[in-house]
Design a protein. Structure first.
Length: 545
């Protein structure tokens, strides 16, 4: 008999969870929305998932187990069948890595003199790689630090990087499409190119033009452990001996005595202009002590079987991450990172859609696969594990529609679609949205690399046409400023909680689009296909059934 996971034993009864949910304070907006949703039921799910009792849903925590047990109960209630490897669950094993900061240090060595770097203030030491205990090596500035064969672009051409640390600023040149730029800035692709060039380490300087949150908040949570998948075969950073993230306010220290200044580089990178490459006058000296331990968590997987004899063995995947940041550095006295928008909002859409199908009795031709993943905040780890070890045949997954922090802060007039030009899903979502009077746009902020920052990327990497969508805005509008203010003040902060304004009508309109897209994909006789000119078409698998 399969082992039942211990989090079922710690789950609160659903009635109790509902009883402790705090009162919502949604923003103003039209409340009578035609269609299947009104925003209210969506918010009720969030009230449970983002309650303080869930303790921020950290990967592997009791709070996340309680949240997942609640998700399972709602799926059962709406007729979704178990589709995990053990009932509704798929166990995922991690290795947690935590820097022991008091026993670690970083410094620049220039002209034989050591200039200490303050951990947390100047730099944050990465722990996802098998960091060496001690490293000292010369540094080379490599611009954006990218090799993009499709564009014959190579930041490492002609550079001597053997045994050296590559220093780069995040971003890419303006002629690089957003999705392609984001793909090559993933840690796996970047390190593969750097390692091939001979580098032993990398130093990433945040681009001030694309910082979502202030350094103080990034630094405040540096003590939180990173995680990697424990199973062999998932190591994207083999050979990486040292990695640092640099505060832009401290970046000039790295360039002192070198041919270029960081101020010049940042100005060029803001406009995505080409950058120079040159050796830096300083070497990097790092000492790292890392504590490791095993952590177990789970994905939640459920299905609604399709009705068509020839299509029911194919799945439309609906994905959202259920984990968040847990309990962290206090901000204004609050240390629970509730994750209401990131990403209880996406989980709530999936649950609301399942409930709407139960209520309507509508039968779809393809089956639906609901995948609530863990470990997204640790680097898309839960979705990556599921994509590599799906609980249904790999070639049976026809498409993935991922939902993550879609931000219904104001009425939905524009929908931003990431992956719009990559597959047939782009045309399908455009029709669904346009039929509802909503305009579609592609990524308006390519420097933010959104395309690789959520779980659709894990499905894309195994060849499944995928996209994700957010409530969009016009450039230069008041709505754009609202989103930027939200990121600065609430993204990955305790204030992403139940006491924030949301527009219920926007949430309902988003759900209508998502439901319409899901139905269109599920009932179309043809599976979605990659565009012939899509870079990601190379990952496509042979279709099944």
């Amino acid at each position: 008999m399969a082992k039942k996971f211990v989090w079922l034993l710690v789950a609160l009864p659903i009635a109790a969870a509902l009883a402790i949910a705090v009162a919502a304070r949604p923003g103003e907006g039209p409340q009578d929305v035609p269609g299947h949703f009104d925003g209210r039921s969506w918010w009720e799910y969030i009230k449970v998932l983002a309650d303080d009792n869930m303790e921020g849903r950290e990967t592997g925590s009791d709070g996340l187990r309680r949240a997942e047990a609640y998700v399972v109960e709602q799926l059962k209630k709406n007729g979704a069948e178990p589709a995990g490897s053990d009932g509704y669950y798929q166990a995922v094993k991690f290795e947690s890595r935590q820097l022991i900061e008091k026993d670690s240090s970083a410094a620049l060595v220039r002209d034989g003199k050591s200039e200490p770097l303050t951990l947390g203030e100047d730099v944050i030491m990465g722990t996802r790689a098998e960091t060496a205990q001690e490293v000292e090596a010369p540094m080379v500035f490599v611009g954006y630090g990218l090799r993009i064969p499709e564009q014959k672009y190579d930041d490492f051409a002609g550079l001597d990087l053997k045994g050296k640390v590559a220093v780069y600023i995040s971003g890419s040149t303006s002629d690089t499409p957003a999705a392609l730029s984001a793909h090559y800035q993933s840690i796996a692709e970047r390190w593969k190119a750097l390692r091939a060039a001979g580098a032993i380490g990398m130093v990433s300087i945040l681009n001030p033009a694309s910082m979502d949150i202030p350094w103080s908040r990034i630094s405040g949570n540096r003590a939180e452990p990173s995680m990697v998948l424990a199973e062999p075969g998932f190591n994207d950073t083999e050979g990486l001996q040292v990695s640092l993230l640099v505060n832009p306010a401290s970046a000039e220290k790295f360039f002192a005595g070198s041919p270029g200044s960081f101020a010049q580089i940042a100005q060029l990178a803001k406009d995505r202009d080409p950058l120079r490459h040159f050796p830096l006058a300083a070497s990097l000296r790092v000492k790292a002590t890392i504590e490791k331990k095993a952590v177990e968590s789970a994905n939640v997987v459920a299905k609604l079987p399709g009705s068509d004899a020839s299509l029911k063995d194919q799945y439309v995947v609906l994905s959202a991450h259920v984990d968040h940041l847990g309990i962290g550095a206090p901000v204004n006295g609050d240390k629970i990172y509730n994750g209401a928008m990131d990403n209880a909002s996406g989980d709530a859409v999936l649950l609301d859609v399942a409930a709407s199908l139960k209520k309507s009795g509508q039968k779809l031709k393809r089956s639906l696969l609901f995948v609530f993943v863990t470990g997204e905040e640790k680097g898309l780890l839960g979705s990556r594990y599921f994509a590599a070890h799906p609980t249904v045949p790999a070639n049976s997954m026809a498409a993935d529609i991922n939902i993550d922090m879609f931000l219904p802060l104001f009425p939905l007039k524009v929908l931003t679609v990431y992956g719009l030009q990559e597959s047939d899903l782009g045309e399908m979502v455009t029709k669904v949205a346009n039929d509802r009077g909503i305009r579609i746009q592609s990524d308006p902020e390519p420097l933010r690399n959104v395309f690789i920052r959520s779980d659709q990327y894990s499905f894309i990497r195994v060849g499944i046409p995928s996209l994700t969508m957010k409530v969009g805005f016009e450039k230069g509008s008041a709505e754009e400023q609202m989103v930027k203010d939200w990121r600065t003040n609430r993204y990955h902060a305790p204030s992403d909680d139940l006491n924030q304004p949301v527009d219920l009508s926007a949430a309902a309109a988003y759900e209508e689009v998502m439901r319409g897209l899901m139905i269109a994909v599920a009932n179309d006789p043809q599976r979605p296909q990659w565009k012939q000119d899509s870079f990601f078409r190379r990952y496509a698998q042979p279709a099944g059934n």
